[in-house]
Design a protein around this ligand. Structure first.
Ligand code: HEM
Length: 354
């Protein structure tokens, strides 16, 4: 009786031990990096993890195919470029331009109207022209500040404001940036339509450029409504603005565009060996780097423009302020344009309709 009871207990214990060992053996094997059953399988663990680390895509049953990529290694490169050379060169360029403008002001002073103010005025920009300029300029300035905050705010503002205030400001700034981008595009398009005819290069531009414009040497090279320097600014703003707008749209609506693959394919038509198999994620990364780099270039240029359109040149701001400039200012900076206006007015005075 006792023997039978003991044997039964022993059998139960044996079964329990067998069960526990069956349950735990695979887990222990996996912790040790082995495939259950001690066989190596088709791929070794190191190959398997290397594949994941290098961005190999697995299969997923959800619609988001990108979820099949567990580690997206290009992101490391993108972050290194954004937080490294892009931020560093951008900061150098921005500070560099501020220093250049300050040195220029120290050396050249305010550019005066040589003949003195005449106190007679001539209309330089109509209401719609000023509206277009200020829509473009006002939105650009807010976009620049909110954009620069995304790039440099964490270094400059967190130590001063603390993380909570910085986070609140940055969130507000991000939404402002996204919506105001469209106002900038409208201002840009309107300015293009209104001014493109005045910005087609002509023979006077070469003379203007050779004589260094009024800025460096003084003197008054001939110019129509816009001089060569202004035409360069116009085309930089238009082409740079378009490029920043397109890359901005690609960032607001992610994974919908293939601007880089398309552009590279186009450029390859001229013999360049650029990659055209670009993943949606890489498109986003390229768009982000391009958007930032082009915006920094524009901001650097616009610092010089704001200087010359305000404190740097006597009488310039009025053109975009009330639309009227002093006649002597106009004759000195845009003599051919004044002649055109005066001829037009004379023709109107003598037209048979009057
Ligand atoms: C406070 C900021 C700004 C001031 C004071 C300012 C001032 C001026 C003035 C006075 C003019 C007319 C120059 C003339 O009569 O010939 C002008 C023209 C122009 N501005 Fe601005 N501006 C500012 C910001 C901007 C911004 C942010 C942009 C572009 C993103 C811009 C783009 C232009 C363009 C394309 C022209 C026509 C070409 C030229 O005159 O150079 N401006 N601006």
């Amino acid at each position: 009786m006792f023997l039978r009871h003991s044997l039964r207990s022993l059998a139960v214990v044996f079964l329990l031990v067998a069960l526990v060992s069956v349950l735990y053996t695979p887990a222990i094997a996996q912790v040790a990096g082995q495939v259950p059953g001690d066989s190596l399988g088709a791929t070794s663990d190191s190959e398997f993890w290397r594949g994941i680390r290098q961005g190999n895509a697995g299969q997923v049953s959800i619609p988001n195919a990108q979820a099949g990529i567990l580690i997206q290694s290009e992101g490391d490169n993108w972050r290194a470029v954004r937080n490294g050379p892009l931020s560093a060169y951008g900061a150098v360029a921005l500070l560099g331009m501020v220093i250049v403008v300050a040195l220029f002001f120290a050396a050249r002073g305010r550019i005066r109207v040589e003949a003195g103010l005449s106190n007679l005025t001539i209309e330089r920009f109509s209401g719609i022209e000023r509206f277009a300029h200020w829509l473009m300029a006002g939105s650009f300035i807010v976009l620049a500040l909110t954009g620069l905050n995304l790039l440099y705010g964490r270094y400059l503002l967190i130590p001063v404001l603390g993380p909570e205030v910085f986070a609140a400001i940055t969130e507000l700034g991000k939404y402002t940036h996204n919506y105001l981008g469209f106002a900038f595009m409208v201002g840009l398009a309107l300015s293009f339509v209104l001014w493109v005819v005045h910005n087609i290069p002509n023979r006077h531009d070469a003379v203007w450029l050779l004589r260094g414009g009024v800025l460096i040497w003084g003197g008054h090279p001939p110019a129509k409504k816009f001089n060569a320097g202004q035409k360069i600014l116009f085309w930089l703003v238009m082409l740079g603005g378009l490029s920043v707008s397109l890359s901005g749209i690609a960032l607001i609506f992610p994974f919908q565009t293939s601007f880089f693959a398309d552009t590279f394919a186009l450029l390859n038509g001229f013999g360049l060996p650029l990659p055209t198999q670009i993943t949606p994620m890489e498109e986003q990364q390229l768009n982000q780097v391009w958007h930032t780099a082009m915006s920094l270039v524009l901001v650097v240029i616009i610092i010089a423009h704001i200087y010359i359109g305000s404190v740097g040149m006597e009488g310039a701001f009025d053109a975009m302020g009330n639309g009227e400039v002093d006649l002597n200012w106009a004759k000195e900076h845009h003599p051919l344009w004044v002649e055109e206006i005066e001829e037009k007015e004379a023709a109107q005075r003598h037209s048979p309709a009057e």
